[in-house]
Design a protein around this ligand. Structure first.
Ligand SMILES: *Cc1c(COP(=O)(O)O)cnc(C)c1O
Length: 388
């Protein structure tokens, strides 16, 4: 039978996460592949979700989302970043950041237009861009002084008259880079000069380490007017299964994104929205404690990976450590991660799957540290078999 899947989606078969998570289950391996926490979000916020159901928050919320959540988002943006949005028309609640990204790309990019993104990139970007019939231009992040960054000249050269948007993910999955003020200034300048829309994926906004601060691109002069800022409760509150995200942008952009979003899902689930509004107002201390605990876990995993023989990059944010496998005598991360369950009883993600130029990331493997300490310790103990 010929493949019934439309041609523009054929390159996107099963994701590496499905393959590797299935491998973890089949082999009884420790899964440091997919980035989801193995502990729960703040108890009072979870209670608010149950209470919302009991209290009848079970029918369609308004298309833009529950008003109380939109207001909580506005208060949060203002308190943290000094960014002012109107809850009525400049905030849209989505089914996670994933839907927000897809709806933004589908709403803003014509077929044949180009979207610039930094590789390695979060896998949904390429799929959303392909669904829109647009084209992804990847600018490669490369290690320099221990962190991944881009060459401003390469970024400038990637922008053509057909470029419509730039997708910016900071804190960056999978490299752990948090873009500096200088790096963001380069991006902002190009957006203004070349009249681009910035779509920013800020789902790890609160999960930064070593005192490094996340700076939204929208805070740069002239950028609030051209930035579609995307965030989500999943990573902030360790509730990745809630799939509750939001877009903040000028009115015309939110209206455009909502026009697409209303025919993807119409609206996001009600009870989570009620609970996330509570979380944004009352659980940021819990989030600060999460950040501190993740920083410890990062150090724990980094130390262990180094002891096991990996060369390790120090992430400034996110859930992930990026490693170079060459010191262990391996060259291809895909080959190593497919054999890792048998070699060491651990599952990880080959970073090369997040590139348009896989050879540039062939020797990198990503490990997640958003796991209980005993899980990290056991994984590290097992990985030491590699260097024996
Ligand atoms: C997890 C993640 C998302 C998806 O967020 P959801 O709210 O679960 O849809 C988007 N972007 C990046 C970089 C992520 O790591």
């Amino acid at each position: 039978m010929t493949d019934p899947l439309v041609s523009r989606m054929r390159a996107f078969g099963t994701t590496i996460f499905a393959e590797m998570s299935a491998l973890a289950v089949r082999t009884g391996s420790i899964n440091l592949g997919q980035g989801f926490p193995d502990t729960d979000g703040p108890a009072a916020m979870l209670d608010h979700a149950s209470e919302a159901i009991a209290a009848g928050a079970n029918q369609y919320p308004p298309g833009p989302g529950v008003l109380d959540l939109r207001q909580a988002v506005v208060e949060h943006r203002s308190a943290h970043y000094g960014l002012r949005y109107d809850a009525d028309g400049e905030v849209l609640v989505t089914v996670g950041a994933t839907e927000a990204i897809a709806a933004a790309v589908l709403a803003l990019c014509e077929p044949g237009e180009e979207v610039v993104a930094f590789e390695p990139y979060y896998d949904s970007y390429a799929a959303s861009i392909a669904l829109a019939g647009a084209r992804l231009t990847a600018v490669t992040l490369r290690p320099a002084q221990g962190r991944f960054t881009f060459d401003p000249d390469e970024l400038r050269a990637a922008i053509t008259p057909r470029t419509r948007a730039i997708l910016v993910n900071s804190p960056h999955n999978p490299t752990g880079t948090v873009f500096t003020r200088e790096e963001l200034a380069v991006i902002a300048e190009l957006c203004l000069e070349r009249d681009l829309v910035a779509i920013t994926d800020e789902v790890y906004e609160h999960l930064t380490f070593d005192g490094v601060e996340h700076i939204p691109l929208a805070t740069f002069p002239g950028m609030r007017e051209r930035t579609v800022m995307i965030s989500s409760a999943g990573k902030t509150f360790s509730v990745t299964g809630w799939k509750t995200g939001w877009v903040c942008a000028p009115r015309e952009y939110v209206a455009a994104v909502q026009t697409v979003k209303q025919f993807l899902t119409f609206t996001a689930s009600a009870p989570w929205q009620v609970a996330v509004a509570y979380g944004l107002r009352h659980e940021l201390e819990w989030v600060a404690a999460l950040r501190a605990s993740l920083e410890d876990k990062r150090d724990r995993l980094m130390d262990g990976l180094r002891a096991a023989g990996f060369s390790v990059y120090r992430p400034q944010g996110t859930y992930f450590v990026q490693t170079d496998i060459r010191p262990l005598g391996f060259a291809d991360g895909l080959e190593l991660t497919r054999r890792l369950p048998e070699l060491a009883g651990v599952v990880a993600i080959p970073t090369q799957v997040f590139y348009d130029h896989p050879e540039r990331g062939a020797h990198f493997v990503r490990f997640a540290f958003c796991k209980r300490d005993e899980v990290i310790d056991e994984a590290v103990a097992r990985l030491k078999r590699l260097s024996r």
